[in-house]
Design a protein around this ligand. Structure first.
Ligand SMILES: Nc1ncnc2c1ncn2[C@@H]1O[C@H](COP(=O)(O)OP(=O)(O)OP(=O)(O)O)[C@@H](O)[C@H]1O
Ligand SMILES: [Mg+2]
Length: 297
């Protein structure tokens, strides 16, 4: 791998914004500038750019490949290709595992407290809760696309959503709607370089009656959060259950909501392209830079 003197060459892999639009990744320019400031060569690169020579980088950090869930096969193929010629963070097997939310079932099987989840693949008989409010969402998704909550009496609309998802080949997840999120919000614990970087809290995303194909605000009322001991413990257990173990990870975000018992449960483990929210946590920039440079060595 090419490296001029001690200048680490780092690629920050991102999505290609629409013609005339700028990137929605607010972390990207901050991170690039901070890496350059620290003496590295940092390039912002579109993951689907076939002209890029990935082998020319010491490290490729997947930063904001936010169109990946709609182009999953293509994305996973790129991840595997890229990981063959250079160091990729997170590693290819972690990305592959994390790109399908059936990993929530793997976490549950490993004894990690998670939001109780059933999976409905195309062709599966449609069974929906008859006595509790529930959520239907896809196993491959982002930005709450195709996510909605339903009262037991709204079954017909839920069935319509499932039919639409299944027609697109998507597998659905059915979960109880955890009301704790309305009061205590959802907490995102962000890890980088093996340490807690910072935590944030956001409000509930699924307003009652929001149509499944409607736009949602993905991070309402985001604020700095001081994680509790219980949250740190559950996050630690989730990271310990990642294939290859937590040491294989450069970064991780663990999203937690409270169950009806008030205890935190994993809603999502984001190991591919997490928002870092550095605009909310500017003091975290040096720790990210240090961890990236260490991983590039
Ligand atoms: N079981 C649930 N109970 C309560 N709220 C839920 C549940 N599942 C999802 N939500 C709400 O919907 C939002 C999106 O769900 P989730 O994080 O699982 O999907 P996503 O599309 O991967 O979102 P993103 O990538 O934007 O975080 C959550 O942040 C939460 O507010
Ligand atoms: Mg989420």
């Amino acid at each position: 791998m090419a490296r001029t003197a001690d200048r680490a060459r780092i690629a920050l892999a991102t999505y290609r914004p629409e013609e005339g639009e700028t990137s929605a990744d607010r972390d990207l320019p901050v991170l690039r500038a901070a890496l350059e400031e620290a003496g590295a060569e940092a390039a912002v690169v579109h993951w689907d750019d076939s002209a890029v020579d990935w082998a020319a980088f010491d490290l490729v950090v997947i930063r904001s490949t936010w169109d990946y869930s709609r182009r999953l096969a293509e994305f996973v193929a790129w991840v595997e290709r890229c990981a063959k010629v250079t160091r990729l963070a997170n590693p290819a097997d972690v990305v592959r595992w994390n790109s399908d939310k059936r990993y929530v079932g793997d976490l549950a099987a490993a004894g990690v407290p998670v939001v109780p989840t059933r999976y409905l693949a195309p062709g599966d008989p449609v069974e929906l809760p008859g006595d509790t409010e529930f959520v239907v969402k896809p196993t491959a998704g982002a930005g709450a696309r195709y996510a909605a909550r339903y009262l037991p009496g709204e079954r017909e609309t839920a069935v319509r959503q499932l039919a639409r998802m299944h027609a697109e080949g998507l597998t659905a997840m059915v979960q109880p709607y955890l009301k704790g999120v309305d009061v205590r919000g959802e907490r995102a614990l962000q890890f980088y370089g093996g340490r807690l970087l910072h935590a944030s809290r956001k409000g509930a995303v699924l307003e009652p009656g929001t149509p499944f194909d409607g736009d949602k605000v993905p991070h309402p009322r985001l604020e700095v959060w001081e994680p509790s001991a219980a949250e740190l413990a559950v996050a630690g257990r989730a990271l310990a259950a990642v294939p290859g173990g937590p040491d294989a990870l450069l970064y991780a975000r663990v999203d937690l909501v409270d169950g009806d018992d008030g205890e935190p449960r994993v809603m999502e483990l984001e190991l591919i392209e997490p928002n870092l929210f550095l605009w909310l946590h500017p003091g975290s920039v040096p720790a990210v830079v240090e961890a990236v440079l260490r991983a590039a060595l």
